[in-house]
Every structure is written in structure tokens, then in C-alpha cells.
Write a protein that binds this ligand. Structure first.
Ligand code: BES
Ligand code: ZN
Length: 594
């Protein structure tokens, strides 16, 4: 039972979607039809999820109009109930989207890299697909799809499906996804982009001015794919490509099958942020192949993926790299647990979530990722890697193209691994208990110990320029910036900036960590850069800590409100929701005291 969908798959469910839509970039509307093959148990109705859609007509089989009704509006959108006749096999819904459709971000040419053409991308996870397609929007309901998408001529369209690699002159594109997927993995991007192959099965789409840079940055993709297969079995989706989106994309990456959507902020110029590609690729097993049954089971998607990502990175970039990644994750986890406990949201620190009645996006935090990782890492330690790898591979094979509940996983874990190996493990403390259990294994990193040593020297009076930082990699700089003393004065901040040129950094992770320090230390010289960064980048992971830091002082609060007022129209609805909340905006208006 999925509390975030109106669908009743036990009565009637969709098995295939044929989408036929026009994308109107000027009117900012998607319109057309969604035709479904359905499977029923003699039900006299089928329920869909919708959110803000105009439902024009509903037809059964070969064209007979069907009675239908929209339910009340809630945070889940509105249920669409369609009356069925005995033996109905197909339902066609003619519809159009609203200008506020939350899954869609329509970009003006000036919001793109090449500044010549508009751009559209969708974001389905968690419950946004219903705002652009009437659908059974539950991760536990899978179906295949095909699509015909008409876009303005001169633009290209790609989906989480078999994709074109070149422009269609009249702007009509056809797609096919032959493996059954849940609704949150349907995705579409429309814009002026090009394709560049990387390996036999991998490649990258990006705006023309970025595509070569992107192909260079992601050169390790084919090797990552081969590594992933050698760990946990064949890649079952055919190709694996990445599309680099404009900077307003609210996430780092989104694992849309066959075509990961990615933020351009991972184009660091030195391949140092490609763990994100390993992460999204890993979802091709954990998440896309074996899918969390409900959003309460989100850790089954993300915790497994962080573990798998770490294993891919270890194999491709080495043990030291993987350890740094693990330690940064552990730091994030401790921070989010402390924050949730302070807010009285202890239940959100459990692996199994209780998101009924809430926007799932609210409860989906680093806990699923990093506590989930820590749980799997502990099991690995207890049974040894070879046995754990065999278990995981068997798990993916046994449940391929199915959904999984937390209880289902725990039962499988128990019978296939813990019992046969006589492992003693406090499973319920991990799954339904707060915080990070004491049995968690602490990641160790010599590379970070080295950074700690240099921070110590600086604290003891050694000038920044004399610190030994030769050969430091991005993760070490992130660790450095996260562990500076609090309340540094302008002279100390300037000393760091002169020595290491953080304000000029082209690495978004380093820059964001530095800017956070600048806000906490009220270091004015970086505020121009801060404004530019917040205006240009829409990735929520960067926006939230920066705006949060700003809200800690009155000066910062005013700055946050004024930057937000001008940047807000450029952010995606996902980021806007979180930021409206943080900055007390209501009904698209700033707080009265601003
Ligand atoms: N599936 C997530 C993104 C997501 C989560 C979208 C929840 C909507 C709701 C994706 O795989 C992810 O985890 N992205 C991370 C990057 C990753 C390297 C941790 C991100 O966007 O920062
Ligand atoms: Zn993920």
C-alpha cells in the first residue's frame, strides 16, 4: 500500500503507456494523450494520479467516451477515476499540463549555456510525474512505454528510453522503453543539444558548447559500467548515457533509466566529481532494477546505491578515493542527524520512514543514503566481502524488475545471509531506531588525516601559503574547508583566499564549501561571488546550506531575501518549495518583515 498514490493496483493497473504529446515551448504546455494497456481483476474502475492536469476526454478501447471524475485536491494531487466496462483493455486520456506543473522546468534561452534556444526538462522523483502525465504514480507499479514527442523544429528531445543521437528536421521523436519501470523514472528533456560517444555503450548529451568538455569529464563512464557489471551482474538497460542539463537542475543527478540527468556543476575540468556518475549508474541496479516499493523504503534505493557507488569508485579510482568519499558522507550524516534531532524529527533518522500524510520530499534526507550505506557496510564487515557480494548479486537477480519493501529485504537478508552465516546483528536498531548505531564502522582516511595536520599547523600560526598541500584533490579541499575554525576574521579569510584562490575556484563543491565559510565569517569580499553563484546555480544541495547560513544573521537574512527575490523565478519547483519554507515565503510572496 503506497500512501503517496491514489492508484489501486489490486483493482486495476497499467501495464504499458503510449504517450503522444506536443511540447509547446512558448505556451509552456505539454498536451496530447496517454493511452494505457491495463490489467484488471474485473474492476469497474481504474484510478490514476494527476496534479494540475486539464483532463479533456477519456476514451475506452476503440474510442468510446468513458465516464470519469477528478477527486479532491491534496498534496498528492487529484485522483482521476475512470469507469471501465467489462473487458476494457485500453484507456486513453487526452490532457494538457498547467503552467505550474511541478515536474517541468521551462528555461528561457538566457538560462542555458548557449543562450540561443529554450530548454525543458522533467523531474519525476518522487511524486511529480503526475503533474505532466496522468498516471499510476507509485514506485510499486511498473509498465513499459513508448512515446511520440513533437517539439519545435530545430530542437532535440530525449527520454529515459531508446534515444535519437541527431536532430529530426520536423521535430518529431519516437521513443521506446522496453523494460518495465515505475512512473518516477519517466523523463524528457528538450533543447538544443548534441551527442558525443564515450565508449561502446556510453555517451553524453549536452549543449553544443559543453559537449566536448562533458565527454572529457566523463571519460571513465565505460569503465564504470564494466566495473559495475563485474560486481553485481549484467547491465540490463542497453545503453547508458548522461545528459548535462542547465544549472537550474535541482539535483546533482537523477537516475533516469538509460539516460542519467546531471547538473553541469560536476564539470569541474579535472574529473574530480564523477563519483556522481558512479552513483547514478549504480541506480541501474539498486533503484531502477530493484525499486523501493514506497517512499518509506527510500533507503533501499539510496543506501544500496551509495554502497555500490563506493565499490565502483574503489575499483576505478582506488581505495584512498573511496575512503574520502565515505568520510565526507559520514560527516554529512552526523550533521543531518543532529539537525533532525534538534528539530524534534527523530523518526526521520530511522531507515524505515513514515511519510504518510507528508510530502515525501520532506522526509527523504541523507539518512537514507549514509545510514543505509553504513548498515550495508557493517554487514559486509561481518560476513566478509566475497559473501556479501554474492548475496547482493543474488538479491538483484532474484528481484529484477520488481519492487521491494523494507520488510521484504530484511526477510531476504535474514534467510539468505544472516541465518546461514550465524551473524549477530541488531537489525531493528538500524531499521526502526534513531541516529547512527554505535556498531557503525567509522571510515578511515590517511588523506584526510594529512589535511587535519595542515589545519592544525595553520591554527598554530604557520602561514597558509606555507601549508603543505601539494597534490591535494577536491575531496581533501572539501574536508579542509569543512574543518576550518569558526568565526575567522577578514584577515585570516583573506590569507586563505590569497593562498588557495577559493573564490575563483571552478569547482562547485569547493566553491560552495568556501562560500559557506564566507557567510559564517561574514567575509564581504566573497559576497559578489556568492550572489552570482546563488543566482546561477539551482542545485538544492548547494542552495540550502548557503541560504541557511545567511539566515543566521540579520544582515545575511536581508541579503538572502533580496538574492532569493531575484533568483527565485530561475529555480526549479523542487528548490523553490524548500527555500520558500526556509525563507518564510507564502503564496509567492516574501515575508512581511522583509
Ligand atoms: N535519486 C536521487 C535524486 C532524488 C532523490 C530526486 C529524491 C528526488 C528525490 C539521485 O540518485 C541522487 O541521489 N542524487 C544526488 C547525488 C548523489 C551523488 C548523492 C544529488 O542529486 O545530489
Ligand atoms: Zn541516488
Amino acid at each position: 500500500m503506497d500512501a503517496h498514490s491514489h492508484a489501486r493496483p489490486q483493482e486495476a493497473r497499467i501495464t504499458h503507456l503510449s504517450l503522444d504529446v506536443d511540447v509547446d515551448m512558448d505556451a509552456r504546455q505539454v498536451r496530447g494523450s496517454a493511452r494505457y494497456d491495463i490489467a484488471t481483476h474485473e474492476a469497474d474502475r481504474i484510478l490514476f494520479d494527476t496534479d494540475g492536469l486539464n483532463i479533456e476526454r477519456v476514451l475506452l478501447d476503440d474510442g468510446k467516451e468513458a465516464a470519469h471524475a477528478l477527486g479532491d485536491s491534496s498534496l498528492l494531487g487529484r485522483a482521476l477515476e475512470v469507469k471501465l466496462e467489462p473487458g476494457t483493455r485500453q484507456v486513453t486520456i487526452e490532457y494538457s499540463t498547467s503552467p505550474q506543473a511541478r515536474a517541468l522546468q521551462w528555461l528561457l534561452p538566457q538560462q542555458t549555456a548557449d543562450k540561443k534556444h529554450p530548454f525543458l526538462f522533467t523531474q519525476g522523483q518522487a511524486i511529480l510525474t503526475r503533474s505532466w502525465i496522468p498516471i499510476q504514480d507509485s514506485p510499486g507499479i511498473r509498465f513499459t512505454y513508448d512515446a511520440r514527442v513533437k517539439v519545435p523544429s530545430g530542437l532535440m528531445a530525449v527520454m529515459s528510453a531508446e534515444n535519437p543521437t541527431s536532430l529530426s528536421t520536423e521535430g518529431t521523436y519516437s521513443f521506446r522503453m522496453e523494460q518495465p519501470i515505475p512512473a518516477y523514472l519517466i523523463a524528457l528533456a528538450v533543447g538544443d543539444f548534441a551527442f558525443e560517444p564515450i565508449g561502446a555503450r556510453t555517451g553524453v548529451y549536452a549543449e553544443r558548447s559543453l559537449v566536448k568538455k562533458a565527454a572529457w569529464e566523463f571519460a571513465d563512464m565505460e569503465r564504470m559500467l564494466e566495473t559495475a557489471e563485474s560486481l553485481y551482474g549484467p547491465y540490463r538497460w542497453g545503453r547508458y548515457d548522461v545528459i548535462v542539463l542547465p544549472p537550474s537542475f535541482p539535483f546533482g543527478g537523477m537516475e533516469n533509466p538509460r539516460l542519467t540527468f546531471a547538473t553541469p556543476t560536476i564539470l569541474a575540468g579535472d574529473r574530480s566529481l564523477t563519483a556522481l556518475v558512479a552513483h547514478e549508474l549504480a541506480h541501474s541496479w539498486s533503484g531502477n532494477l530493484v525499486t523501493n516499493a514506497t517512499w518509506n523504503d527510500f533507503w533501499l534505493n539510496e543506501g544500496f546505491t551509495v554502497y555500490f557507488e563506493s565499490r565502483i569508485c574503489e575499483a576505478v579510482y582506488g581505495d584512498a578515493y573511496a575512503r574520502m568519499l565515505q568520510l565526507l558522507g559520514r560527516q554529512d550524516l552526523r550533521e543531518v542527524i543532529a539537525k533532525l534531532e534538534k528539530k524534534g524529527r527523530t523518526a526521520d533518522t530511522h531507515l524505515r520512514l513514515h511519510l504518510e500524510g507528508r510530502d515525501p520530499d520532506e522526509g527523504m534526507t541523507e539518512v537514507a543514503y549514509e545510514k543505509g550505506y553504513a548498515f550495508l557496510r557493517l554487514i559486509e564487515e561481518k560476513v566478509g566481502r566475497p559473501k556479501f557480494d554474492a548475496f547482493l548479486r543474488g538479491y538483484f537477480d532474484a528481484h529484477a524488475f520488481q519492487s521491494m519493501t523494507t520488510d521484504g529485504f530484511i526477510a531476504y537478508l535474514d534467510s539468505e545471509l544472516l541465518k546461514p552465516e550465524s551473524v549477530d546483528l541488531d537489525v531493528s536498531a538500524w531499521i526502526d531506531g534513531p541516529g547512527l548505531p554505535a556498531s557503525a564502522i567509522e571510515p578511515q582516511s590517511d588523506a584526510f588525516a594529512n589535511v587535519d595536520g595542515q589545519i592544525g599547523r595553520w591554527k598554530n600560526g604557520v602561514p597558509a601559503a606555507e601549508l603543505i598541500t601539494d597534490g591535494w584533490v577536491t575531496f581533501q579541499w572539501m574536508h579542509f574547508l569543512r574543518h576550518l575554525p569558526e568565526g575567522l576574521d577578514d584577515a585570516r579569510m583573506a590569507e586563505l583566499d590569497h593562498a588557495f584562490r577559493f573564490t575563483q575556484s571552478g569547482n562547485a563543491e569547493v566553491l560552495a564549501a568556501w562560500l559557506e565559510q564566507c557567510v559564517s565569517s561574514d567575509y564581504d569580499p566573497a559576497f559578489g561571488k556568492l550572489d552570482e553563484f546563488l543566482t546561477h546555480v539551482g542545485r538544492r544541495k548547494f542552495l540550502m546550506p548557503l541560504y541557511t547560513a545567511l539566515t543566521r544573521s540579520e544582515k545575511g537574512r536581508l541579503m538572502a531575501q533580496s538574492i532569493y527575490a531575484s533568483a527565485r523565478p530561475n529555480y526549479h519547483s523542487v528548490s523553490v518549495r524548500s527555500l520558500d519554507d526556509l525563507l518564510a515565503w507564502k503564496d509567492n510572496k516574501p515575508p512581511a518583515n522583509f
